[in-house]
Design a protein around this ligand. Structure first.
Ligand code: SF4
Length: 467
C-alpha cells in the first residue's frame, strides 16, 4: 500500500461507501457529541418519522451553550433567567430521557463545554470519527481523531443512522518548527497560522499540524491549536497521537483499561502519517519568530503582533467596514487601547493550564477599575481542580468574577454579554460582528494577554506581567 497521511488512514477506516463523481461518501461516525442548542429540531424530526437513535451508546450529551454561569441559577434553586435557555435545557433533558442518551445535566460535576468534557472523560480517542453540532468540534483532532462540526439536519442524520454523507477533503500539512518564545502561547501560534494561511486558506481541506514544535506541545495546547483550525476555513485539524496523547488518556473514565488499553495504544500508534505520504498542500511556520498576538478586526485572521500597528490598506471595503465596526483606525497601535471587559473562557482556552497561566499574571494584582473580568472554567472538573489549587481565590482577590462552567461570553447565548461599543479581550475563538453581543468589539488573545489587559485596563504585552 502506498504511504498515507493520518487523515487518509482515519477516513478509509470509516468509509462505508466511497464517494463517486455524483455521490458523496458514506462515513461511519464513532462518537456523536450533542448539546442543548443544535438538537431539539433533530429529535423532533426523529419523533415525527418514528425513528430511534441508531447508536445511543455512541451518542453523548452535555449542556453548555445557553446554560447560566451564575451559581445561584445552577445550584441555588433559582430558575434559569433566560427563558429560551431554560426551554432548551428542559428539552434536552426530556429528549435524552426519551431516546436513551447519556446526559450530563446542569448539576452534574462532570458537565462542561462539549469539547472540554469529551477529552476529559476519555471519550475522545485517536483514529476515531467525531461529530457535534458546533464548529469547534475540530478541537478533538488534537488526539488524532477526524472531528468536525455538523449542522442541525446532519445531527438528525447521525442520530438516525450513525453515518454521514461527506465529500472527501484534501490534505494540508501545517509544518511548525522553532521554539516558542517567552509569553508566546499555543493561542498565539494558531492566530499566526490563521494569519499566514488566511481565513479561507483551509477551505475543503483537513489540516495536519506537525513538526517538532507541535510534538512538544501538551494536549491542552494541542487542543487550542486544533480548536481554531476551523477559523482558517479547514474542515478539521489533526495531530498524530503520541506518548503525550496516551499519557493524557490513560486512566480516564471512558478510555480503555487493562489489556484493552495495551491493544488500544498499539492500534492508535498506527494513526500517523507514513514516511513519503504526500499532502495536497503544505505551509511552513517558524514559531521562534512569533510574539504574543491580538486581533483587531472582525475575523480571526485580522491579527497583529501585540506591539505592531494595524495595517494600512487602500480601497479594501471589507477591511474598512471591519475597522469601522471595531472603532479602530489603520496605523493605530492596539497596545494601550482601553478595554471594558476581559473574558477568560471557551473551548479554546478555559482548561486548567489556561487558568493557571492567567492566575500567575493576576496573582497579587488588582483588576483595573471599570473592567469586568469574567473567569468561566471550561468544565465543572476544571473548576473543581482550580479551586483545589486555590486559583479561584487568586482571581476573586484580584476582583474577577468566578463562574460555573459553560460557553458563556464566547457567544453570549446565556445572557453573559458585552455591551454595545465595549471592547472585550477574549480568549475565545471568534470575533465576528455581534458574536459577544450586539455592537460588542472582541479582541482575541491568549489567557495571559487577557489577564494582562484585565490588570492594566488596556491591551498590554503579557511579557511585562509574567512572574
Ligand atoms: S465555547 Fe464557543 S466555540 Fe466552544 S463550544 Fe461553546 S459556543 Fe462553541
Amino acid at each position: 500500500m502506498s504511504p498515507r497521511t493520518l487523515f487518509e488512514k482515519v477516513w478509509s477506516a470509516h468509509e462505508v461507501v466511497p464517494q463517486t463523481a455524483d455521490t458523496p461518501a458514506v462515513l461511519y461516525i464513532d462518537l456523536h457529541l450533542t448539546h442543548e442548542v443544535t438538537t431539539p429540531q433533530a429529535y423532533t424530526v426523529l419523533r415525527s418519522r418514528g425513528l430511534k437513535v441508531r447508536r445511543p451508546d455512541r451518542t453523548f450529551a452535555t449542556m453548555d451553550h445557553s446554560t447560566p454561569t451564575e451559581t445561584a441559577q445552577v445550584f441555588g434553586g433559582i430558575p434559569i433567567k433566560d427563558a429560551s435557555a431554560a426551554r432548551q435545557v428542559a428539552q434536552l433533558e426530556s429528549n435524552c430521557a426519551e431516546f436513551g442518551i447519556e446526559l450530563l445535566n446542569l448539576q452534574d460535576p462532570r458537565r462542561g463545554i462539549v469539547h472540554i468534557v469529551g477529552p476529559e472523560l476519555g471519550l475522545t480517542q485517536p483514529g476515531s470519527t467525531i461529530v457535534c453540532g458546533d464548529s469547534h468540534t475540530s478541537t478533538h483532532g488534537a488526539f488524532g481523531a477526524l472531528a468536525f462540526g455538523i449542522g442541525t439536519t446532519e445531527v438528525g442524520h447521525v442520530l438516525a443512522t450513525q453515518c454521514l454523507l461527506q465529500r472527501k477533503p484534501k490534505t494540508h500539512a501545517i509544518n511548525v518548527h522553532g521554539q516558542l518564545g517567552r509569553g508566546v502561547t499555543a493561542k498565539d501560534l494558531v492566530l499566526a497560522i490563521i494569519r499566514q494561511v488566511g481565513v479561507s486558506g483551509g477551505t475543503g481541506s483537513v489540516f495536519e499540524f506537525r513538526g517538532p514544535t507541535i510534538a512538544q506541545l501538551s494536549m491542552e495546547e494541542r487542543m487550542t491549536i486544533c480548536n481554531m483550525a476551523i477559523e482558517a476555513g479547514a474542515k478539521a485539524g489533526m495531530i498524530a497521537p503520541d506518548e503525550t496523547t496516551f499519557a493524557y488518556l490513560k486512566g480516564r473514565a471512558r478510555a480503555p483499561s487493562g489489556a484493552a488499553w495495551d491493544a488500544a495504544v498499539a492500534h492508535w500508534r498506527t494513526f500517523c502519517t507514513d514516511e513519503g505520504a504526500v499532502f495536497d498542500q503544505q505551509t511552513d511556520i517558524d514559531a521562534s519568530q512569533l510574539v504574543p498576538m491580538i486581533t483587531y478586526g472582525t475575523h480571526p485572521g485580522m491579527s497583529v503582533d501585540i506591539d505592531a500597528k494595524i495595517p494600512v490598506t487602500q480601497g479594501d471595503a471589507v477591511f474598512d467596514k471591519a475597522l469601522s465596526y471595531m472603532g479602530l483606525s489603520p496605523g493605530q497601535t492596539l497596545k494601550g487601547q482601553p478595554v471594558q471587559v476581559v473574558f477568560l473562557g471557551s473551548c479554546t482556552n478555559a482548561r486548567l493550564s489556561d487558568l493557571r497561566a492567567a492566575a500567575a499574571v493576576i496573582k497579587g494584582r488588582r483588576v483595573a477599575a471599570g473592567v469586568q473580568f469574567l473567569v468561566v472554567p471550561g468544565s465543572q472538573s476544571v473548576k473543581a481542580q482550580a479551586e483545589a489549587e486555590g486559583l479561584d481565590q487568586i482571581f476573586l482577590a484580584a476582583g474577577a468574577e468566578w463562574r460555573e462552567s459553560g460557553c458563556s461570553m464566547c457567544l453570549g447565548m446565556n445572557g453573559d454579554l458585552v455591551a454595545r461599543g465595549a471592547y472585550c479581550v477574549s480568549t475565545s475563538n471568534r470575533n465576528f460582528e455581534g458574536r459577544q453581543g450586539v455592537g460588542a468589539r472582541t479582541l482575541l488573545a491568549s489567557p495571559i494577554t487577557a489577564a494582562a489587559a484585565a490588570v492594566a485596563g488596556c491591551v498590554s504585552d503579557p511579557r511585562d506581567f509574567l512572574p
